[in-house]
Design a binder for this molecule. Structure first.
Ligand code: PEP
Ligand code: MG
Length: 873
């Protein structure tokens, strides 16, 4: 018999089996801390549930029942009892915390009979019926999918009848009436009575939590964070304790260090006479945790002792939930707290200084992707000084955001998809808003504290968030809000400072970030472990400098095409394309040569002696020509040729599948003059910078889209001839390399042959993914959503390398390439080069470097350091 259900005291810290929450509850039980006891239904039971077409086996059911019996024994309470009923919370708990993404049911166990028992036991009838009506509402919503708002409507109706404004003004009899109406609604919607058997309630709730593992927001969250769906979630069934039993009760959330800044010292908030969800949902604005010292000094002392103990035990900043029931403190959970990147770095560095962890451990403590938060623009200090805040609220998640206001997650996402910078403005956010929050530059909420959903999720995503601005009068239906006497409507600009909480009614200029302080110290530690080199993809001296600023050790890909779009060049480029004879084409190319040389001089100067890989022209030529009739006419005029002539050239260049068309090295096969001009420019520039600055430059000339050795050879001969001529003419010495991209599957398959000629390979995994899957890079986004939704793919293969398929081709090419040419230089320059899981893969298959956009360089550096620590050979 398999064991599917464990009492807290039987479990251990195996997060894969018990989930993060369960493993920590087990550990806290071992530490003898005041934990409401309970049991864990394992993640294996969840995956089993899905394997069995969403049914729970008798074995699991029976084990839940016997664990429940055990819990009754431990608590001295009985499920559904008329004197002292046991109530439980049923919560999800995946391997890693996914705040707010899955479902929770509280107060489970209440029935018409048990509610009387609870009233008797607590001497508080109002409390008992309030708990019951909350439970019916939550159970109906989470387990039976009856929308919450149908219940809220009933509350509003009753309040109107009773002529009161707030829920708290409803008395015990009113709440009894409400329970009656809730149950009637349940009966009407489902054609069955609200379950009066607590065991049935429990089994249904456990299944609902399992199902919530596959709800759309959890799927999106996993995709954003690269978590696979086969992990499943555990379910924690825990005895309820009540923070809403009066003024000696309360509930709160606290961190052992500030999750926004990382500053040491307790940080958090709580509410007197409330249930946990009230704090997290942000409906009431809570008190700072320090006030607990005045309200309940004894409890505060015990609370502080335990939180210090937990931080020392887990050797990391803890995020804890606690409840005080009639003066007695309980810890409901603890976990390593989510934190901003700034805080993550400060905490990692300070924990090393405090002697709690080693440098190596510190390097593993920060998620590479999280650094992204620090690599985005900040407000320009001068512009910020001149701006006047129109409001202030809680600095819930730091950073600077400027953008247009949108009032729903959907509108925000659509606007962001159109390329707008968006500030999502809501009364409060809920987990359904996840995609809108992810798409937004900043989030502004009217309600909610530092631990509200908006704050927690925004910090996790690294999105700037200002929360709890009570001064805002918002009208979500009309999509407007008023602050400081000014009304803002959809599309108006505002700016948010997530570090101060300031709100500005205007656009504010932003500037690029710097790597200093803790960030710098931390990156030095990381680089100490790293063996894989990190280069940047850069097409201009500015990008190149930016890359170096972020620690790039070379350029892995300099795409040359965009250089031709500049105003003074595009006409010459077009003349070259339209040319009928080689002579005419060569003339146009000769006009372009000095400009192209100038580009490379700038790049070499920025990179000094770091290696630079320049790729020959790649896109199909029609991309440089206009398409509308008006533009064609205009160009024909400028070029002094007839409209018909130009139009027929454009039509002649039309391709049905341009992505698989006349591009890459195929262009050089048809028009060798292009490769010749570019090679001449690359070499002339290197010679010039070598002479003027004394830098020992070794240009790497890269031929794109090769699929055959002879094809490579043909273009490489042109390159070498041009290069050697220039070197000979100069009388200087210069070494250079000619290599290829591995972008078509055939190139990977015959890599051993290509390596006979090519001196380096750079994996162009954008095209390699496109051609391996047969998905157009330009169109796949439209249908990949369906693949995620249906669980066929979990992540975008254009963002995270498909290791099983495309990765196998990479591996094969590495092995074959090295077999022919043991010292062949190997790198990756597709978009995947900045994705941490791909960087880890590149380390494992033994590439020499990864190359990514300048802003992702620190992410790749950290991912490479972590790979070296975890998988050192
Ligand atoms: C690639 O295909 O991975 C690549 C880097 O080239 P491009 O994106 O320019 O096609
Ligand atoms: Mg490519």
């Amino acid at each position: 018999m398999n064991k599917w259900v464990y009492m807290f005291k039987e479990a251990d810290n195996n997060k894969n089996l018990f989930g993060g929450k369960g493993a920590n509850l087990a550990e806290m039980t071992k530490l003898d801390l005041p934990i409401p006891q309970g049991f864990i239904v394992t993640t294996e039971a969840c995956t089993e549930y899905y394997k069995n077409e969403k049914t729970m086996s008798d074995e699991v059911v029976n084990q839940i029942k016997s664990s429940l019996a055990e819990l009754e024994k431990i608590s001295g309470k009985k499920f559904g009892d008329t004197e002292n009923p046991l109530l439980v919370s049923v919560r999800s708990g995946a391997r890693v915390s996914m705040p707010g993404m899955m479902d929770t049911v509280l107060n489970l166990g209440l029935t018409d009979v048990a509610v009387e028992g609870l009233a008797k036991k607590t001497g508080n009838e109002r409390f008992a019926y309030d708990s019951y009506r909350r439970f019916i509402q939550m159970f109906s919503d989470v387990v039976m999918e009856i929308p919450k708002h149908s219940f809220e409507k009933l509350i509003d109706e009753l309040k109107k009848e009773k002529n009161v404004e707030f829920d708290t003004q409803l008395d015990a009899n009113d709440l009894k009436e409400l329970v009656k109406r809730f149950k009637a609604l349940y009966q009407k919607e489902l054609n069955s009575e609200f379950p009066q058997d607590p065991e049935t309630q429990l089994l249904e709730a456990v299944k609902a939590v399992f199902r919530s593992w596959m709800n759309p927001r959890a799927i999106v969250y996993r995709r954003m964070n690269d978590f696979p769906s086969d992990w499943g979630t555990a379910v924690n069934v825990q005895m309820m304790v009540f923070g809403n039993m009066g003024d000696t009760s309360g509930t709160g959330v606290a961190f052992t260090r500030n999750p926004s800044t990382g500053e040491a010292g307790i940080y958090g908030e709580y509410l007197i006479n409330a249930q946990g969800e009230d704090v997290v949902a942000g409906i009431r604005t809570p008190n700072p945790i320090t006030q607990l010292e005045q309200d309940m000094p004894e409890v505060f002392k015990q609370f502080m002792d335990i939180s210090n103990q937990l931080e020392k035990h887990y050797r990391d900043m803890q995020d804890m939930e606690f409840t005080v029931e009639n003066g007695k403190l309980y810890f409901l959970q603890t976990r390593n707290g989510k934190r901003t990147a700034d805080a993550a770095l400060r905490i990692a560095v300070e924990l090393v200084k405090e002697g709690m962890i080693t440098e190596k451990e510190a390097v593993l403590r920060v998620e590479p992707k999280q650094l992204d938060q620090l690599l985005h623009p900040m407000f320009d200090p001068k512009a910020l000084k001149e701006a006047k805040p129109i409001g202030k609220a809680l600095p819930a998640s730091p950073g600077a955001a400027t953008g247009k206001v949108y009032f729903t997650a959907e509108d925000a996402k659509n606007a962001a998809d159109r390329g707008e910078q968006v500030i999502l403005t809501r009364l409060e956010t809920s987990p359904e808003d996840i995609e809108g929050m992810a798409a937004a530059r900043g989030i502004l909420t009217v309600r909610g504290g530092m631990t509200s959903h908006a704050a927690v999720v925004a910090r996790g995503m690294g999105t700037c968030c200002v929360s709890g601005c009570g001064e805002i009068k918002i009208n979500e239906e009309e999509k407007t809000f008023t602050l400081d006497g000014k009304t803002f409507k959809e599309g108006d600009y505002i700016s948010l400072d997530g570090s101060t909480g300031n709100i500005y009614g205007e656009q504010i200029k932003t500037v690029d970030p710097e790597i200093t302080g803790n960030f710098e110290i931390f990156m030095k530690w990381a680089d100490g472990y790293r063996t894989l080199k990190v280069r940047t993809n850069a097409d201009t001296p500015h990008d190149a400098q930016n890359g170096v600023h972020f620690g790039a050790e070379g350029i892995g890909l300099c795409r040359t095409e965009h250089m031709f779009f500049e105003e003074d060049r595009i006409l010459k480029m077009r003349k070259m394309i339209v040319a009928k004879e080689e002579e005419e084409r060569v003339k146009a190319l000769n006009d372009l040569l000095p400009m192209q040389k100038g580009d490379f001089v700038g790049i070499y100067e920025a990179m000094q002696e770091r290696p630079v890989t320049v790729r020959l022209l790649d896109p199909p030529l029609h991309e440089f020509l206009p398409h509308t009739e008006e533009d064609i006419k205009h160009l024909a005029n400028e070029m002094s040729i007839s409209f018909e002539e130009l139009n027929s050239t454009i039509e002649g260049l039309h391709e049905f599948n341009p992505m698989m068309g006349h591009r890459g090295c195929r262009l050089s096969v048809s028009y060798p003059e292009i490769a010749k001009m570019q090679s001449t420019a690359i070499i002339q520039a290197a010679l010039q910078v070598k002479k003027e600055k004394g830098y020992n430059i070794i240009p790497e000339i890269m031929i794109p889209l090769v699929g055959d050795k002879k094809e490579f050879q043909y273009v490489s001969n042109i390159v070498k001839k041009a290069a050697d001529e220039e070197i000979a003419k100069s009388g200087q010495e210069l070494k250079y390399l000619v290599g290829t991209m591995i972008e078509v599957p055939r190139a990977a398959i015959v890599a051993d042959k290509i390596a006979e000629e090519a001196e380096f390979f750079s994996f162009g995994t954008n095209d390699l993914t496109q051609m391996t899957f047969g998905f157009s890079r330009d169109d796949a986004g439209k249908f990949l959503e369906d693949y995620y939704e249906k669980g066929i793919y979990e992540s975008d293969p254009f963002a995270r390398l498909d290791q099983e398929g495309v990765g196998e081709l990479v591996k094969m090419a590495v092995e074959k390439g090295r077999a022919t040419r043991p010292n062949i230089k190997l790198g990756i320059c597709g978009e995947h080069g900045g994705d941490p899981s791909t960087v880890e893969f590149c380390y494992k298959v033994g590439l020499d470097y990864v190359s990514c956009s300048p802003f992702r360089v620190p992410i790749a550096r950290l991912a490479a350091a972590q790979a070296a620590i975890l998988y050192a050979k």
